[in-house]
Design a protein around this ligand. Structure first.
Ligand SMILES: *Cc1c(COP(=O)(O)O)cnc(C)c1O
Length: 435
């Protein structure tokens, strides 16, 4: 390393650290969402000041190829001109009305074009709000109490979802966060992903009181795991037998695994679908939907209450409409993102093979991740068995080389439709010296 580059590195470190320290004086842990704090990988998070296309630019004027994409939403890349124009135009017409507006119907209709199973839709402000409300709806419809959730799946931070598995033979959940009541947690049963035997046993024992099962139909929050066929089919069959509702949380995998419902790749259909991230085009948005019959239980048509002052906000709707209509008009752009992801993953796999590293790459649509293990990853315990030290070194080397990856072995990375072959080549070059 030359003296100048060493000096610029020290200056850079200092700047980042100063910004982070200032932030920590006023924001809890310096952030407004914990994973941004780099706790998993160590070091100081980078403060970004702008994004364009596949790039993020830090406060230090360093440009990164971005594979986090705001944790998924920016499928069109940063500052897409059509989305930016739509937001700007909408803002000049007033930022919130608290009345019905045409843009809500338009976005819901676009969502339905992709997800025809969502006969009726409710728009909300985040993925958390959507999953929380979908669970309330499921309980209201079935008049049952219990919820099944899988270890390692993330569905936002509402109380009944911040639950950890009971030990040994216990299947009732325990609070996984201070402030969550044991009385609430006990209504959530935690099982291992892909364990259809445990699932069957729990249904046999408690099925008559199971309101719903919530699942990431392809996971993104413990890296990428696709469910095994016997597991996903057992899941559908058990929900049918016991009149429990199956909730697909597609907040992350929606518009990512494929151009339409993830269920199409799995051969089964959910009862309720939850979306977020991509549908808001980078603004806060969530949605849940189901058959008209199920949704008719929701207020104002039915007895299950759920509301939101800013739900269906016109600026958010404008960003969502611009995003989904652009995707709809350019179906091939989705295939471009997928084939770039495949190119990147093939290149990564080559590097791993040549260097004889104990790692492998997983790819689903425009989602990808590197697991630092030789073993096939099928559940949370498998992810926990990865070599975290090697992952963290890889992450920091890539970051220094100008490639922004998800700062945790538990997260997945994404591709946008505006990444290009050059980005992939550069990423692979940096990877050569980073793994
Ligand atoms: C991100 C995410 C959520 C939560 O969405 P927020 O908008 O962060 O509240 C829920 N479920 C899944 C699968 C997610 O990836």
């Amino acid at each position: 390393m030359t003296a100048t580059s060493l000096w610029s590195k020290i200056k850079f470190m200092k700047h980042s650290e100063k910004l982070f320290n200032d932030a920590k004086n006023i924001l809890v842990g310096g952030v407004n969402s914990p994973v941004r704090a780099f706790k998993g990988v160590g070091g100081t998070p980078i403060f970004m000041k702008k994004g364009y296309g596949p790039y993020l630019v830090s406060e230090d004027e360093k440009t990164y190829i971005d594979y986090v994409l705001s944790w998924g939403p920016m499928l069109l890349g940063h500052a897409d001109p059509d989305v930016t124009l739509a937001i700007t135009e909408a803002a000049t017409l007033g930022t919130s009305f608290g009345t019905p507006s045409l843009s809500e119907t338009t976005l819901a209709t676009l969502i339905q074009d992709f997800y025809p199973g969502m006969e009726k839709i409710r728009l909300v402000n985040s993925g958390t709000e959507a999953t929380m409300s979908a669970i309330r709806l499921a309980r209201g419809v079935t008049k049952k109490d219990l919820l099944i959730k899988f270890n390692g799946c993330y569905h936002g931070h509402s109380d009944s979802l911040l639950v950890a598995a009971g030990s040994g033979g216990l299947t009732f959940g325990f609070p996984d966060s201070a402030g969550v009541l044991a009385d609430v947690a006990k209504n959530t049963i935690i099982l291992d992903y892909n364990d259809h035997e445990a699932l069957t046993a729990v249904f046999k024992e408690k099925g008559t009181n199971i309101a719903a099962v919530i699942i990431e139909p392809v996971t993104g929050n413990m890296g990428i795991i696709k469910p095994a066929e016997p597991f996903i089919h057992a899941l559908r069959a058990l929900c049918d037998t016991y009149n429990s509702l199956l909730i697909f949380d597609e907040v992350m995998c929606g518009f990512r695994v494929q151009f339409g419902p993830t269920s199409e790749t799995l051969g089964i259909k959910p009862d309720i679908t939850v979306l977020g991230k991509v549908i808001g085009g980078g603004l806060p948005c969530g949605a849940y939907g189901a058959s008209s019959d199920i949704m008719s239980h929701l207020s104002p048509e039915g007895p299950v209450y759920q509301a939101g002052t800013l739900s269906g906000n016109p600026i958010v709707m404008a960003a969502g409409i611009a995003t989904l209509s652009k995707l709809k008009a350019n179906r091939e752009s989705f295939s471009i993102a997928v084939s770039l992801t495949q190119d990147l993953c093939l290149g990564l796999s080559d590097i791993i093979r040549h260097k004889k590293i104990s790692a492998h790459v997983v790819n689903q649509g425009s989602m990808w991740c590197v697991f630092y293990t030789d073993k096939k990853v099928q559940n949370l315990a498998d992810v926990q068995g990865c070599d975290f030290e090697s992952f963290n070194r890889f992450f920091h080397n890539m970051l220094e080389g100008g490639v922004y990856l998800a700062p945790s072995q538990y997260e997945s990375c994404f591709m946008s439709v505006v990444h290009n072959e050059k980005n992939i080549q550069k990423t692979l070059e940096i990877c050569q010296n980073s793994m």
